[in-house]
Design a protein around this ligand. Sequence first.
Ligand code: AHR
Length: 864
Amino acid sequence: MKNIIVVCTLIIAFLAKNVAANEPDSAFLMSYATVKNNGHNGLHYAWSVDQKNWHGIGPEFRFLFCDFGAWGSQKRMLTPFLFQDIEGTWHAIWSLNEQVGQFAHAETNDLYIWQPQSYPEVMDEGNVMLPEVSYRAEEKDYLITWLSEVNETQKVYKTTTTDFKNYTPTVEGLESERLNARKEVVIDGEKQLGTIFKVPWSLIDGLIQFNEQSKYREMQRAERLTDDADRYADLKTLSAEISADPNQSKAISDMLIGIFFEDINYAADGGLYAELIQNRGFEYTPADRKFRDRSWNSKKAWSFTGNEEDFFIDTVGPIHTNQKHYAVLNISETGEAIQNEGFDGIALKANEKYDFSVFAKGLEGSNGTLLIRLFDESGNVIAEGTTKKLNNDWKKLELTLTASESTDKASLQIIPQFAGKLALDMVSLFPQQTFKNRKNGLRPDLAQAIADLHPRFVRFPGGCVTHGDGLDNIYRWKNTIGPLESRKPDRNIWNYHQSMGLGYFEYFQFCEDIGAEPLPVIAAGVPCQNSSTGGHGQQGGVALCDMDQYVQDILDLIEWANGDINSKWGKLRAEAGHPEPFNLKYVGIGNEDLITDIFEERFKLIYDAIREKYPEIVVIGTVGPFSEGSDYRAGWEFATELQLPMVDEHYYQPPGWYINNQDYYDRYDRSKSKVYLGEYATHIPRRRLNMETALCDALHLINVERNADVVNMTSYAPLLAKFGHTQWNPDLIYFNNTNVFLTTDYYVQKLFGQNSGDEYIASSIKLSDGNEQVTKRVGSSLVRDSKTGDFILKLVNLLPVQIDAKINFTELPVATEEAALIILQGEVTDEKATPKTSSISVSSEFEYKLPAYSLSLIRLNSDH
Ligand code: AHR
């Protein structure tokens, strides 16, 4: 309990902040960025009444963070220059790095709530250093000058603007046009360079208060359940009274739990997509990994038992222009073989059948059959077969292999039964046993684990994969349909390769197979805001002259999914084996984008076109990567202006955020766009999943359920991760080639997914201890599922003590009988807890003991 006192004291100290009776009317404000941390620390302020003694606010609190380019090397703010325009709006401009011909601009009214940034391109060649702004009264415009090094000569350059959106062409300027207004002062013992303004004290006071509030919020975010055993050492078993008020019920979304599928962590190739051959099309390229791994090339995962130079890659006359590379073998004597190691080995099951296929052609008159063998780790042959003869044109050769034993690490060999030259491409080994036995289908155990969540929708293909690393890497759905040999592989933004074997047809088919709505998310004509390839960030977006085609591609997708078989795109769907429409209802546009003019212009073009041609489609917009900040605010403003049906929110938060933001959606205006919480998860240090993260997810979902009239859909992110190939933790489901590992947080999703309702019934929980620190660690939600008539009570207890609850449902028509009870419980660091199912006798009034650190679910039948 002593820790509760510490927290309360801090809260009181915060609320009872000293207000001095003698404050200055005005003071000096210095804005600067330190050179620490390679310029990543953002904009700081310090104040002074005499310009001698400076007081850093924070100190060195980050009031503005640069969002330019990729994480790691970019996101730098160098030499910021603060400036107030004639209308009183503050602007900051700064250098982004020592190379690019762009500077950054952002504006604000209060110096702490900033609008989204822009990065005007002002130099074709040369960098932009020490930018400055001044107002030209006569011209009624703003002059921006900077220094730039072109051909090792430093010169002054300039542009002008009236709105900080449009800029005149850059020309050379004069040194006399420079203000050189930055000053050097000593703050906390260190020299800093920045701009100084005399401002009203109230402005500085606002900054001090903002900083204090931020610190308070940070303190709340830092709250951990791992500290609770100590914090609540004196707390004894609590009692609680839970009651329901059916007169206060509301309709809620029955689409609440869905899944977020992104090809990250080898989720697709080597994961859910059941193909066993890695790099089957010889299309891996060093560019997939930004040239940082020379072994990642067309030969990746392949080896040749003959002379190395007798195995090479060619591109002349490929099977399809989208599959440019193929292997050429020069066999000197029969027995030489090309071998594939699969994805960390090929896992095979005894007596199961595997479909082998290859496109092959004899070169320079070669001819003959191919012996296909599967070997186990010890070199024993566990399956073999011989193809028909190849000829001098590309020909698909197929056969079925049956494994004689199970192994985790088989390899495949193709052994030409002749000496001579031949070409091979699209080598495939596919288990016949896939999810629902689909051809070109999915790994059954992984697909089943996903299906068990009972997701109401599947979002795909990302995440960042959707908008790609740079303009050329934007995910194009048309490249992912049709015969496999005609699909266009691409670099994966997470630094590997997408074969596109798992393409749009397979995504839609999977949705249908598990009874979930498809939710494709398409880039808003801008690449990932953190792009580094091909330039930085949004890179100006898809050129406006190409936007007609870009928009048309999206309209074509809707026709492909829903159109009649006589329509151009509906016909392709039918030819792929699905004459019935897929009944697409939702389309997401954009993912966590910077809400810039570039974004808005393109988004609107897409949105208007969809609305006009397919008004029945629910278009989901995007409001940035965080639960607050400039993109969140601007994204919401834009969505409200366009009256978008729904927006996609993302946030990854620590436990303390979920504990202290339970009213986050209670505040949402019900008349504005609905919310799709498209990415969220509880993150703790080392990014593990355990009962602490699971209980925080559950607490959040309980609060979301209460608000499911405005939050209509949610998806935990990311979904899948292959051990040894993980770029992002935590993930809901981990796997290797043979096993699936379900996490504590998976069980929370499953519990909510399998027990959703469409009516929310107000309920209250009254604890014997009314301390807010205690009450906010307990949550409950009561919903009714109109299909079954069941009432579902979810109870979450984040406290280290049991709660003896008396449940009064006299107002509800519940049947007096056994009710299903599911409990997920464990110590907060427990990573292995699994839910236990049993039953409990219920009546209109009954008792239930909520174990410490638990999520409980009671499913009660209705009495009629
Ligand atoms: O979920 C992983 C990544 O997190 C997604 O690709 C991206 O949208 C977000 O930043």
